[in-house]
Design a protein around this ligand. Structure first.
Ligand SMILES: Cc1cc2nc3c(=O)[nH]c(=O)nc-3n(C[C@H](O)[C@H](O)[C@H](O)COP(=O)(O)OP(=O)(O)OC[C@H]3O[C@@H](n4cnc5c(N)ncnc54)[C@H](O)[C@@H]3O)c2cc1C
Length: 321
């Protein structure tokens, strides 16, 4: 058994989601687990990948791999899968990873399962766990051939620093003509203050119970006081109150912070699937029968307009800010 994990990196940092997938693959303890880091700065990140569970790290840098474009990465990964004899290639979901995984599946005529929330090895075969029927059930999915290509839902696994030192191998870079025809003209970064919701230890989330977009200020103030990030439900994103990048749930992001404070959120199943991995869930809702209270560790039955500012004030006083 040998598994390859695509280790996406941006701005000289390996992505947390990819390190989480690496940790899960390593924890299955079934043969070699390798990482592939492709693009500018790859070699400088190899040791970090080793510390997070990769026994071997394939690296490739240079022309054609500087921009985060999928097709050149497909070329290099296809060669790595062949050279290393990997029977599984795993990706943490992202815009780039989804493109690369799909391209690799087409190139190798391999099967692809996506939106996985867990992995297991059963009798040596990889089995993926995938939510279905509106996330109300989790089904086992398999692959008919190899490599088994899997895309894991974002935020599913936490990275684990196990402290290893990897064997570093230079991957062969032979790009196809058609892979170099796309050019990255411009890259833009969304400006944000504080941590992203995928990385944050504390998330304060707002729902329709806030009453209007202007009241997101309450949630932002509390998040700031706690040093956390702001998330939102689909209802408020659809209403244009908050950007989609903050949406948590089935059609948004999966998060697993230490603390998740839900303000004016009913707790629909499609929201729950994106945040149920949080360590401690605190809900503030004026309806004592709101479903969110069924899976909260602490519930406050009250009006967000009264409770949230008071809470912010108390947090600030406690932290002396
Ligand atoms: C295929 C599909 C995918 C979906 N994907 C997602 C997803 O990714 N993420 C997601 O979040 N949803 C998703 N949804 C939508 C989901 O079903 C819910 O509609 C949505 O989560 C509800 O958002 P909400 O809790 O903000 O609003 P509501 O359900 O309207 O809840 C508002 C809550 O605020 C409370 N409230 C009202 N006023 C106050 C007040 N003053 N103080 C305190 N509490 C108050 C109410 O009691 C209520 O419980 C999806 C739905 C479908 C069908």
């Amino acid at each position: 058994m040998a598994t390859l994990v695509f280790l996406e990196h941006h701005e000289a940092e390996l992505q947390k989601g990819a390190l989480g997938v690496l940790a899960r693959a390593a924890a299955m303890d079934e043969g070699e687990v390798a990482g592939a880091i492709l693009g500018a700065g790859a070699s400088a990140l190899a040791a970090e990948a080793g510390r997070h569970g990769a026994a071997k790290v394939w690296i490739a840098e240079g022309e054609g791999l500087e921009a985060p474009l999928p097709q050149p990465r497909v070329d290099v990964l296809a060669k790595i899968v062949e050279a290393g004899g990997y029977d599984a290639a795993l990706f943490a979901a992202s815009v780039l990873a989804a493109d690369v995984a799909a391209g690799l599946a087409a190139r190798l005529d391999a099967g692809l399962n996506w939106d996985l929330v867990d992995l297991a090895r059963e009798d040596g075969r990889l089995v993926g766990k995938r939510p279905a029927l509106g996330d109300s059930v989790v089904v086992d999915v398999g692959w008919k051939g190899t490599p088994a290509i899997g895309v894991i839902r974002s935020g599913t696994f936490e990275p684990a620093a196990t402290g290893g030192e990897p064997e570093v191998v230079q991957a062969q870079v032979e790009l196809e003509d058609f892979s170099t025809t796309a050019t990255m003209l411009e890259q833009a970064h969304e400006e944000q203050a504080g941590p992203s919701i995928e990385e944050a230890d504390v998330i304060v989330a707002g729902g329709r119970g806030l009453g209007g977009p202007e009241n997101f200020a309450l949630v932002e103030e509390l998040a700031k006081a706690l040093g956390g990030a702001v998330a939102a439900t689909r209802a408020v994103v659809d209403a244009g109150w908050y950007p989609y990048s903050a949406q948590v749930g089935q059609t948004g992001k999966s998060v697993s912070p230490k603390l998740y404070v839900a303000c004016g959120i009913s707790g629909a199943i499609q929201h729950k699937v994106g945040m149920q991995g949080s360590n401690v869930i605190v809900a503030i809702n004026k309806d004592a029968n709101a479903p969110i209270f069924e899976y909260s560790d602490l519930g406050v039955v009250g009006d967000v307009h009264q409770v949230v500012p008071k809470l912010t004030e108390l947090v600030r006083a406690k932290r002396g800010k």
